[in-house]
Design a protein around this ligand. Structure first.
Ligand SMILES: Cc1cc2nc3c(=O)[nH]c(=O)nc-3n(C[C@H](O)[C@H](O)[C@H](O)COP(=O)(O)OP(=O)(O)OC[C@H]3O[C@@H](n4cnc5c(N)ncnc54)[C@H](O)[C@@H]3O)c2cc1C
Length: 401
């Protein structure tokens, strides 16, 4: 699957941070992680920390899938609002999912500090706003629901939004205290480098082709015939997992993002906040730690890469026109624009757990706008699964739910 167009910003900004050898021999390990994006990197960190002899393989260079294309907003706010998620899956699962996402932002912060990360982790507030009056009742209900369950939120009315951010056409919105941003591409690389020094074996350009389930272990074969004997396999294969799993678990789409030239002054009023609106598809933006304006949106309900990439110029125009309506003062000069595959699940939640067709294995598939925070939740979940324990979110994130 072609996960992204040619110019994802993080790949260009960071270049090839680390490259690893491909696997050319037979190996064995306790845990084989398939996929070295941000999810695989986080899970590899947990497995190494838990003392498992771990191998990670990726068919590309590591972090070169969706992780190189992400806009890396870290939010506890799931694509499905809390009030709607309660209706879909009940209060217990919905509130626990939101709280787990909030906790995972702080977990990522801790981890970034521990690693001495240069990936620009920044805590930010998050502003979820409406430009259409028709969305206002729904948004106010969401505000009341979040307040009821103890999330630190404040309602900003039209004039407060105008004063604080200079936005003209909003009907108000929810300002949340907790959010963050990071360069997930760099952070993934940092996690892998850190854990390689602690025994993690990493092989890139190594594609898993088949797995035989033996009694008590898996025998994985790569495209060049190398074999890995692994007690457990953890699939962190991102959106490409949709092609592995027989039932439909995710709707794949195309999405677009662009980043401006560096301007340390122009976007000062918004640099401490993440923004997203209630439209469908939603527009979202933030600044980067090197003072660029990063904005995404324009989702299309198809996944064909050629068709997707042909729309790049039209999408740039569409996204920037929408932004201009919000704040005519923003002068965004595009430096890079790219497109990527994106996936939505029926309830906005990830798939983390066992699949009946894959024995001795777990999946960590952090789909949706919260992919990265979900992947961080996956660390704790998989750590418990490996100890044969359940996690309170298992039933809400499981296959066949
Ligand atoms: C434009 C865009 C904006 C986004 N914005 C946000 C955001 O603001 N916040 C957020 O949280 N999320 C966001 N996301 C989603 C986020 O990027 C993803 O959730 C995240 O990158 C997924 O990481 P991953 O490691 O699971 O997948 P990937 O980065 O795709 O990694 C999976 C890896 O598995 C490897 N692989 C697959 N099959 C095999 C195989 N058979 N053998 C070996 N290796 C294999 C692939 O090569 C790949 O490197 C965005 C996504 C896009 C495209």
């Amino acid at each position: 699957m072609d996960l992204k167009s040619n110019e994802p910003f993080w790949l260009i900004k960071n270049g090839l941070i680390n490259s690893y050898p491909s696997l050319q021999s037979d190996e064995s390990c306790d845990v084989l992680i398939v996929g070295g994006g941000i999810t695989g990197s986080l899970i590899a960190h947990q497995m190494t920390k838990d003392g498992f002899d771990t191998i990670l393989i990726d068919k590309r260079e590591v972090c070169n899938g969706s992780t190189s294309a992400t806009t890396s907003m870290l939010q506890y706010e799931i694509d499905v609002p809390l009030s709607e998620l309660i209706e879909k899956i009940g209060e217990n699962g919905a509130v626990k999912s939101y709280r787990a996402c909030a906790d995972s932002i702080l977990e990522i912060e801790k981890l970034a500090k521990k690693l001495g990360s240069q990936a620009g982790f920044q805590l930010k507030t998050s502003f979820y706003y409406a430009t259409d009056k028709a969305d206002l009742i729904r948004l106010k209900l969401e505000y009341e629901t979040r307040k009821k369950y103890g999330f630190a939120v404040r309602w900003l009315n039209t004039s407060e939004v105008q004063d604080k951010f200079g936005f003209q056409n909003t009907c108000g919105g929810i300002l949340s205290e907790l959010g963050a941003s990071i360069d997930a591409f760099r952070f993934g690389h940092e996690l892998l480098e850190y854990n390689q020094k602690r025994g993690l074996r990493i092989y890139d350009k190594t594609e898993l082709r088949s797995v035989q389930h033996k009694r008590g272990f898996n025998l994985a074969t790569t495209e060049n015939g190398s074999r890995i004997r692994a007690g457990k396999i953890i699939y962190c294969t991102g959106y490409e997992s949709a092609g592995m799993i027989p039932e439909k678990i995710v709707s794949l789409k195309s999405t677009y993002a662009l980043v401006s030239e560096i301007d340390p002054v122009a976007f000062k009023s918004i640099e401490k906040t993440l923004f997203w609106d209630t439209d469908s598809p939603y527009l979202y933006f933030r600044t980067t730690d090197d003072h660029r304006f990063l904005i995404g949106g324009g989702d299309e309900d198809f996944q064909n890469a050629q068709k997707r990439d042909k729309l790049l110029n039209a999408k740039e125009k569409e996204i920037l026109t929408k932004l201009k309506k919000l704040n005519p003062g923003f002068e965004v000069i595009t430096d890079f624009i790219w497109a990527g595959t994106f996936g939505e699940t029926k309830d906005g939640l990830p798939y983390i757990g066992e699949h009946p067709k894959f024995k001795n294995a777990y999946f960590v598939l952090g789909f949706g706008g919260n992919g990265i925070t979900f992947s961080a939740i996956g660390m704790e979940m998989v750590s418990l699964f490996m100890k044969k324990k359940k996690h309170p979110l298992s039933r809400y994130f499981k296959f066949g739910r």
